[in-house]
Structures are given as C-alpha cells and as structure tokens.
Design a protein around this ligand. Structure first.
Ligand SMILES: *Cc1c(COP(=O)(O)O)cnc(C)c1O
Length: 393
C-alpha cells in the first residue's frame, strides 16, 4: 500500500515501540488523526472567519477559546499558535533584540535559538553548564556580569531551556529567571521538551516568554507550537500592524506583525486543539512516565560498563546513555558491526535509536505503558546476555 507513486505509507508507531528522542511526545492522538483528515485542506479553519479576521478570534472551530485555554494551561496571560517553538524564538528575538545587542543562551541551547538571535543581528553568549550538566544560577550571574563588563551592554534577552535536548536534564528555571530579572533581562523559557508533557506553569518559573512545540511534545502535527507571554510583554511581541499602502492607502486591521497575521490555518491548529484535552490529562501522569524511563535505565545499568550521562535518577524521559564499555565492545567484532544493537532491538519491535549507535545515544520512552516498559528493559538485557556481556546485580 502507498499514498501515491513513490510515497509509501509510514508505519512506524503502528508497528513498533518508538523511542526516537524527538518523536515520542509528538505522536498523534486518535482525535488529532481525525482532525488531520477533516481539516487537511489548506485554509480549512477559515470557513467561519469573520471580522476582525484573525486566527485567534475564530470561534468555529473554537480557536479563540483554545487560545485562552492554552494561556491558562501555561499559567501565562496571552498565547498564540506558532509554526514550531523556533517561530516563537524568532518572534521574541525579532521584537526585542536589536542589532549588536548581546543575548544570553546556554551551553545546551538549540540551534534554532541561535538562529533567531542571528536573524535579529544580536550577539550570542552562552552560559556554561556545571559538571552535572546543569545550568546554574551562579553560572548565569557570572556570565551576565562578564558580558556587561566586556560589551558595555546589558543582554536584551536570556534563553533558558526548561529541559535540554542533549541530556534531558531539568534546569532550575525559576532561579535562573530570578538572576536575570535582577539585571532587568527578560527570559524566554524554552519548553520544547516540557510543555505538553509536564505541567509547566510559566509565571511560577518567572518566564516572560514561554514556548512549546506542538509536534515535539503536544501530540500535534508539524509545524505547530505555542508562544505565551505576560501582559507586560504582550503588546511588544504581539504588536499590531501600523503600515499603510502608499498608493492604495490600504491598512491591515489588527494583524500581528511578528505572527505575520495568521499562523496555523488548518490541520496544525485543529490537530493541536483535538489533542489538547488529552495533553491536559497526560501532564498529570508524568511521574509514571519517569518511572518507566528509570526502569529502562536501571536495566541498562545492570549491563556492566554501561553509564547514564543524564542526571540520575531521571526526571525526564529523554535520556543519554553511554555504552562504550558494553555494547560498543560487542560492535567491534560483531558481523553487523555497530548495527547489531538497533537491529536486535528492531527484531523485538523497538525502534527510534539512531541506527548503528553503540557508543553515546539517546532514547525517549515517553508514552509507553507498563508492559512496553518491561519489554524494552528485558530486551536490552536479553541482547546483552546473547552477546556475552556480563550483568551485575
Ligand atoms: C526540538 C527543539 C526545538 C525546536 O522545536 P520546533 O517546535 O521544531 O521549532 C527547540 N528547542 C529545543 C530545546 C528542542 O529540543
């Protein structure tokens, strides 16, 4: 079966337990899949768009209500849908970073955070991580002082990742924002790995801006995401158009400049909205998901030589392992070389770990159930035993 010539159907999450680091939290709910079919056509949410003609004012389907619910869910004042967390960074940087402004990022910032600074012609400065791979308030304070001393300017913005993509570690965002605010630096909290998975309360974290990724963590189609802010910053980041056509005299109502007017006009917004009730429930069950992740890590750690590079015990399901002294030893002599591990996992119905990796690799077990957690744990141990690796404990 295929979609059309040359385009096969994709059957990954139907057939496998998918541990892909970036895919686990974006897997669609059944309701989102229904929305995808019903709202697949281009501007499908525009059937009942009436004055003032803006996405967040549409009441059928209930996008206006969804925007309000999202802001409340995130404990912020205002929310807008954006095509990915990155477009949230871009909107914020575009609105508040001027050419030559220093901007703080971290040693774990995502490339799209850097690109948003670059596009605004700001100058990126990274806050280093400590030896346990956490961004500490002391490191932030030191870097702020240094940047002010060397550039003569206070940073225009600070990016912090709630959970980073390299180690899946949880960073002390509330403490980091407290430090930044002492210097009047606004903070964007990047919740690409948390909004939609964990219960994220923006104001409790002190965030001036909070971004989430629909396709990474909110069970939504790509490209989708959310940018939320406080009343203090809303007028700046969501400023409305003021230009006029010089010949025609046309003006453009209340379209928001950084949003380019409207953002998610069909399958993305409705898919996100269809998953939202599920997302609201699932953030309350994150503890169970963390328990499964720890169960898998513990199974891996029982294979001698295996290390977990992320903080342990885990506080998030995205985890970085080091199997240089276990699975990689097998890879040296195995006929399938480094591919033996991912191939053996695949035989057991598990996919999503980068093919061929036996050294340092990541998995994200978000969304699995009890039986699947047991199966994944048992599979790693079975593979190790079959290859003659010693087990401890
Ligand atoms: C995935 C990721 C992003 C990008 O999210 P999009 O929604 O695809 O734009 C940004 N930051 C971090 C930390 C990420 O892991």
């Amino acid at each position: 079966m295929n979609c059309s010539e040359g385009i096969d159907t994709r059957q990954v999450d139907e057939l496998y337990i998918n541990l892909d680091p970036i895919q686990a939290g974006g897997r669609l709910t059944t309701d989102a899949m229904k929305a995808v079919i019903a709202y697949g056509d281009g501007y499908s949410v525009c059937d009942n768009c009436v004055k003032p003609f803006r996405l967040d004012h549409i009441s059928k389907p209930p996008l206006a209500e969804f925007h309000r619910d999202l802001a409340e869910f995130l404990n912020m004042d205002v929310a807008r849908l954006v095509p990915g967390a990155r477009r949230g960074f871009q909107a914020v940087a575009g609105a508040i970073v001027k050419p030559g402004d220093p901007v703080l990022l971290t040693a774990y910032s995502h490339y799209t955070e850097f690109l948003s600074v670059e596009q605004s012609r700001g100058m990126p400065f990274e806050i280093p991580a400590d030896e346990s791979h956490v961004i500490t308030p002391d490191a932030a304070a030191d870097r702020i002082e240094e940047v002010i001393r060397t550039t003569g300017k206070t940073p225009a913005l600070m990016f912090v990742e709630h959970v980073d993509y390299q180690y899946g570690n949880l960073h002390p965002v509330a403490d980091l924002t407290r430090v930044a605010h002492q210097y009047d630096i606004p903070v964007l909290c990047n919740g690409a790995y948390t909004v939609g998975i964990m219960d994220v309360k923006g104001k409790e974290l002190g965030a001036d801006f909070l971004t989430g990724s629909g396709h990474k963590s909110m069970a939504a189609p790509a490209p989708s995401g959310v940018l939320a802010t406080t009343d203090e910053w809303a007028d700046k980041v969501f400023r409305t158009t003021g230009v006029k056509g010089d010949l025609t005299g046309r003006t453009f109502g209340i379209k928001e400049v950084e949003m380019m007017g409207c953002t998610l006009m069909g399958v993305t917004s409705v898919g996100m909205m269809a998953s939202f009730p599920h997302v609201k429930r699932r953030v309350k069950e994150f503890d169970t998901q963390v328990r499964y992740a720890n169960q898998i890590v513990d199974a891996l750690l029982s294979i001698e030589g295996t290390k977990v590079q992320s903080g342990y015990p885990r506080m998030h399901t995205l985890t970085r392992m080091n199997t240089i002294d276990s699975f990689d030893k097998v890879a040296k002599t195995h006929k399938k070389r480094g591919f033996f591990l991912t191939s053996a996992l695949r035989e057991r119905g598990i996919t999503g770990i980068l093919a061929g990796s036996t050294r340092v690799w990541k998995f994200n077990s978000y969304g699995i159930n009890k039986e699947q957690a047991e199966h994944v744990s048992k599979s790693f141990i079975e593979i190790a035993e079959r290859e003659g690796l010693p087990l401890s404990g």
